[in-house]
Ligand binder design. Structure first.
Ligand SMILES: Nc1ncnc2c1ncn2[C@@H]1O[C@H](COP(=O)(O)OP(=O)(O)O)[C@@H](O)[C@H]1O
Ligand SMILES: N[C@@H](CCC(=O)OP(=O)(O)O)C(=O)O
Length: 505
């Protein structure tokens, strides 16, 4: 589609315009739309009875969108919720095996319900149950993409859920917000709609704080985090509350998908929102016969455009998609794969990798150390060192590196000492200890192990390793010309490729 190639762009940065919002019907006849429906919109919070009016309206909306030429994928939660009612269990259980069993009971009924409702319109559906493990292998991932695309081209509505019954922590998405974001990235969707029981992102949980204000437009998920509170959960049945929706928005907008949070109470709002952005975009185009370019409107000025047009703004929060989307292999590496270990880079490498022209490739000279063990081809975290609060280095990173890596022990930092500004206790930061077990997927700041408060490392991105952990450890800090000599071969001069830096310098 023309707007997609424009967004992929030539690499130069331009002002954000309303055209950065995905373009539906009028200009691009077929938009790719992913709609995610949370448990709170599928079953009643207390009785667990299916919310038939919402489900029917979602079906009518999907049928309507399809009539207008759009392609739609539904990500439907609710298996556990439906299972609770089927088995007459009052509370969502805590134990994993019970939740898995309930999901197995509920998923069949849930998909039967969707099939029944869509069947009223002779609309065919397909059930797709995924785990992160299923798509961690590149070939299986591409198969899943192909199947989704094939179903869409056959006019089928795929209905996706996590395969809870076999999901354990290492292979699970954990919540359907993340799954819907990865799904929308897989199929290069134009829109991701996160339908829930509130009509957008608020400054705080509106269930708890009546003074909370709705946020209409988010241009940076990272920035908005500092301005909102998402720490409290919503319904008894939902997973993750607003926090997982922000994570999903970050993944999806990074892949170029306009992400919208809105209420499931009136699913037809989806059509209103698409029309709203279509009209805003069209209104900013030059009138025919004019040679002047379209005005470069900041997204923040959208409401001003709307003031002159006098359009009703349907209630929602929109997250602006990235101007330079991360897609395909890089998106897969960053969000889909479970990282097997980590590579610690120096500040120079971090600065270079933060620039797009770097191509996302890391030379061994920028590597300070390795965490965990991984094989060539596996996904790794890209980590930077950071000092715990109140600790200052006695020697600089440069000095430490000038000691060179000890090829026997692999310890680079054995001579670096740290001291606390508040106390004189000297701590030895040994980044290479085999005893470090820090790879908890949910932790973004990790501690060294020998002295739990000596060094911290922080994840700034992810990439694919070209060599295994032991090999990278051997060549770290060195010029890539040393690779053949030290490893006996050199497939490539880069130790990690396809790096996406999520936290730039
Ligand atoms: N800052 C916030 N803005 C809006 N909702 C919030 C916020 N913080 C927490 N929430 C809660 O998040 C809930 C939606 O998440 P969740 O219950 O997981 O829904 P779903 O089942 O639809 O995924 C809302 O009901 C609301 O109570
Ligand atoms: N896969 C689970 C839903 C997990 C989930 O993320 O739920 P929700 O936060 O309600 O979207 C189920 O079908 O019950």
């Amino acid at each position: 589609m023309d707007h997609k190639s424009a967004r992929a762009g030539t690499g130069h940065v331009r002002a954000t315009t309303d055209s950065d919002i995905a373009r539906p019907s009028k200009r691009s006849p077929s938009s790719m739309i992913v709609i995610k429906l949370g448990t709170s919109s599928i079953v009643h919070e207390e009785t667990h009875q299916p919310l038939l009016s919402i489900l029917s309206s979602v079906v009518e909306t999907v049928i309507n969108l399809r009539r207008h030429g759009h392609k739609v994928v539904l990500v439907s939660s609710g298996a556990i919720g439906v299972g609770l009612r089927t088995m007459d269990i009052p509370q969502r259980p805590k134990s994993l095996s019970k939740k898995q069993a309930l999901s197995a009971v509920g998923q069949g009924r849930l998909i039967a319900l969707w099939d029944n409702l869509f069947g009223q319109f002779d609309q065919r559906i397909a059930q797709i149950l995924l785990t992160r493990g299923d798509i961690s292998d590149r070939t299986r991932y591409l198969n899943a993409v192909n199947t989704l695309k094939e179903l869409l081209s056959m006019g089928v509505v795929p209905i996706v859920n996590e395969n809870d019954t076999i999901s354990v922590s290492e292979i699970k998405f954990g919540d359907n917000d993340t799954l819907s974001a990865i799904t929308s990235s897989m199929i290069h969707a134009d829109y991701l709609f996160l339908l829930t029981d509130v009509d957008g992102l608020y400054t705080a949980n509106p269930r708890k704080d009546p003074a909370a204000k709705k946020i209409d437009i988010v241009t940076s998920v990272a920035d908005i985090r500092a301005q909102v509170s998402t720490s409290t959960l919503g319904s008894n049945l939902g997973t993750g509350g607003m926090e997982t929706k922000l994570i999903a928005a970050e993944i999806a907008t990074g892949a170029g998908v306009t992400t919208i949070i809105t209420s499931s109470k009136m699913p037809s709002t989806i059509v209103d929102i698409i029309d709203y952005y279509t009209t805003l975009r069209l209104s900013s185009r030059p009138s025919s016969g004019t040679s002047s370019p379209a005005p470069k409107l900041q997204i923040i000025d959208l409401e001003h455009v709307n003031v002159s047009l006098n359009l009703r703004r349907p209630p929602h929060t929109v997250f602006k998609p990235s101007l330079v989307p991360v897609r395909d292999l890089k998106a897969w590496t960053s969000h889909t794969l479970y990282p097997a270990g980590g590579v610690i880079i120096d500040s120079g490498a971090h600065a270079v990798l933060s620039r797009r022209e770097s191509g996302g490739r890391l030379l061994p000279v920028g590597v300070l150390g390795v965490r965990g063990s991984f094989a060539s081809g596996q996904a790794v975290r890209v980590l930077i060192r950071c000092l715990p609060e109140g600790v200052v280095p006695e020697k600089s990173e440069k000095r430490a590196r000038s000691t060179g890596p000890d090829e026997k022990t692999g310890h680079v930092y054995s001579e670096v000492s740290l001291s606390r500004t508040s106390s004189s206790s000297s701590l030895v930061g040994d980044l290479e200890s085999d005893t470090q077990t820090i790879m908890d997927d949910d932790m973004h700041v990790m501690h060294g192990s020998e002295e739990s408060d000596s060094w911290e490392v922080k994840e700034v991105g992810r990439g694919l390793a070209n060599y295994n952990s032991a090999q990278i450890s051997r060549v770290k800090g060195l010029n890539s010309s040393r690779i053949p000599q030290l490893l006996g071969y050199a497939d490539t001069e880069y130790v990690v490729e396809n790096i996406t830096i999520r936290i730039p310098v």
